[in-house]
Write a protein that binds this ligand. Structure first.
Ligand code: BES
Ligand code: MN
Ligand code: MN
Length: 462
């Protein structure tokens, strides 16, 4: 048997133990955005560092101003590329908890009607299950052959789901240690359950929260209604004015830097057979919204958006209360593409919001750090190696796809460390990431581990 076949056989034989290890990690409540979960975030970092050390990857937990990073190395000066593997151990909050069928931090494997098995827990797909596919591949490689085929550095972050506030200072301070020839990132998805994918575009993001203030206190809506400003109405008109009747965003200069995909990329995506009926049908919808002169795949991959992620103000309790609230709130995020500049978009947004505030009212902003979009060179040679490895494992050609989500660090790897990224992940559209009952298919986990073993082998070859 060739050494890769032995590594793969070991992965198969040890699947149950590797699931047990994943379960141990899934039990840790590492919700990064909520300060109440600071201790579990550290616990997850400690757990990972111990795990890496146990398989022969020298690892340490590094403090930051926020949640710690985990850095690991296994280097012996091998001739191939030195790769940095990135994943995040933090997870999204679990609310609304009542919509979960079980405790989000009590992982379980369930068998679905079609016989497929799924791992259910917060973080199973985003991103603990995915990062463990690499850790387990590395474990099998080292156990079977005594070493990894290329030099590997590992970086696990604990703040990805809360905007990565510690990332820039950490990358800056550890540039030499973290700069490698290539980053491997496992935080994206497959095209569908049978077709593996490499993501070649990620949208960027910039966000803002607004607090619109009117009267100095909540008012009786009969006594003052008709005369006093209502901040809920002001926020509603701000939101309504962001799009025109064709679904275009109205901020001046918003589309500066947006680029069109080359025809060959469009043609490649046409062959993927995307069905908007299935895509929206799966979530109980039918009719795509968005710019009406664009295709559904463009809407989610190559076009910029603004979404209101939350809005509140006034009475929310049972029954009714006739009140004009003193203030109203909304949280916005823009998804960016091409060369759109997050700072310029934030400036344009703020100027627009200010223009909608009556003279006797005021607005405050709470910024969220932005990150520009990323697009890889479709001719990057390492894509071929990734494709070969995925083809060998899944027996289907890997699709080169866009991704609507954002992984801010990938842009920083390029800009700060000069590193390209190979984005390979095994998530599926129905994984319900960020939602109740998040799951990861057992096949994603098992074949994901096998895929990374194959990628490492390909990378080692000339
Ligand atoms: N893994 C996701 C990004 C993602 C989502 C990639 C879907 C591919 C498909 C990541 O953990 C995430 O949720 N990112 C946030 C970034 C934000 C919190 C700064 C996002 O996209 O909203
Ligand atoms: Mn993620
Ligand atoms: Mn996420």
């Amino acid at each position: 048997m060739s050494s890769i076949d032995k590594v793969l056989a070991r992965i198969d034989a040890n699947l149950d133990q590797s699931l047990q290890r994943l379960f141990d990690l899934l039990k840790i409540k590492s919700i990064s955005t909520d300060p109440a979960f600071k201790a579990p975030c550290r616990e997850a970092a400690d757990w990972l560092a111990k795990e890496l050390t146990g398989i022969g990857i020298e690892a340490s937990v590094r403090d930051t101003a926020g949640h710690p990073m985990v850095v690991g190395h296994r280097k012996s000066g091998k001739p191939g590329p030195h790769v940095l593997f990135y994943g995040h151990y933090d997870v999204q909050p679990v609310d609304p908890l009542e919509l979960w069928n079980r405790d989000p931090f009590d992982p379980v494997i369930e068998t679905r009607e079609d016989g497929s098995k799924i791992i259910i827990a917060r973080g199973s797909a985003d991103d603990k299950g995915q990062l463990m596919t690499f850790v387990e591949a590395a474990r099998a490689y080292i156990e079977e052959t005594g070493d990894l085929p290329v030099d590997v550095t590992i970086l696990f972050e604990g703040e990805e789901e809360s905007g990565s506030p510690s990332l820039h200072p950490f990358l800056e301070a550890n540039k030499d240690e973290l700069s490698c020839d290539l980053a491997l990132v496992c935080d994206t998805g497959m095209w569908d359950a049978k077709t593996p994918a490499i993501s070649v575009m990620l949208r960027g993001m910039v966000g803002d929260e607004i607090i619109v203030k009117a009267a100095s206190r909540d008012l009786h809506s009969g006594m003052y209604g008709g005369s006093a400003q209502n901040p809920n109405h002001i926020v509603a008109s701000i939101i309504a004015g962001l799009h025109d009747e064709n679904g275009k965003i109205t901020l001046p200069g918003f589309y500066d830097g947006v680029i069109e995909m080359p025809d060959d990329v469009k043609a490649m995506w046409d062959t993927l057979g995307f069905s908007v009926e299935d895509f929206l049908g799966d979530v109980g919808l039918k009719y795509p919204r968005g710019e009406n002169d664009r295709t559904p795949l463009e809407h989610i991959w190559t076009r910029p958006t603004v979404e209101v992620n939350g809005m509140w103000g006034g009475y929310q309790g049972a029954g009714s209360k006739t009140v004009i609230p003193a203030e109203a709130h909304a949280k916005f995020t823009f998804r960016l593409v091409g060369d759109q500049d997050p700072d310029k978009i934030q400036d344009a947004f703020r100027a627009y919001v200010r223009s909608k505030i009556p003279a006797d009212c005021s607005v405050e902003f709470i910024a969220k750090e932005g990150s520009p979009a990323l697009r890889l060179d479709f001719a990057m040679p390492v894509l071929e190696k990734g494709k070969k490895a995925l083809q060998d494992e899944w027996e289907t050609e890997a699709a080169l796809i866009g991704m609507g989500g954002s992984i801010p660090i990938v842009g920083d790897f390029k800009r700060m460390l000069g590193m390209d990224s190979l984005l390979i992940g095994f998530g599926l559209e129905d994984d319900q990431i960020h939602s109740p009952n998040e799951k990861y298919n057992l096949t994603s986990y098992h074949k994901g581990i096998r895929s990374w073993a194959r990628v490492l082998k390909e990378l080692a070859e000339d």
